[in-house]
Write a protein that binds this ligand. Sequence first.
Ligand code: C2G
Length: 129
Amino acid sequence: MTTVITFGTFDVFHVGHLRILQRARSLGDQLIVGVSSDQLNFKKKGRNPVYSESERLEIIRAIGCVQDVFLEESLELKADYIKQFNANILVMGDDWQGKFDDLETICKVVYLERTPAISTTEVIEKIRY
Ligand code: C2G
């Protein structure tokens, strides 16, 4: 049984989010997703997400290729989460290329290409104007 784990905020869920989850899932038998807490998101991006952490958890939990979700409280806890879920593969978008290579001592680390031309920021801008 190969367990894949990935992380993200997944705010204002869009097709770029869906595709990375589907591709991550295709690398193993089950996919576990760490959804960034509101507080962690504020630390990373300097703003509150549009959807709250409980709404984002609910949405990701309902995606067909996702087997389990949990709240990611800190970027530094990745090794603990990987061990807790016995994950064999860590998947990250290539905007994080190289950033988690040190975790290769406990699991395989794979960076997948982002879907071009879509982001939460762009969706928010489109709605705003
Ligand atoms: N993504 C993608 N294509 C896009 C937009 C996003 O493949 N057009 C991917 C990102 O690379 C990431 C995932 O979708 O793997 C979630 O994106 P974000 O919510 O922006 O994730 P981020 O806030 O970078 O959180 O611990 C790491 C962080 O929690 C990652």
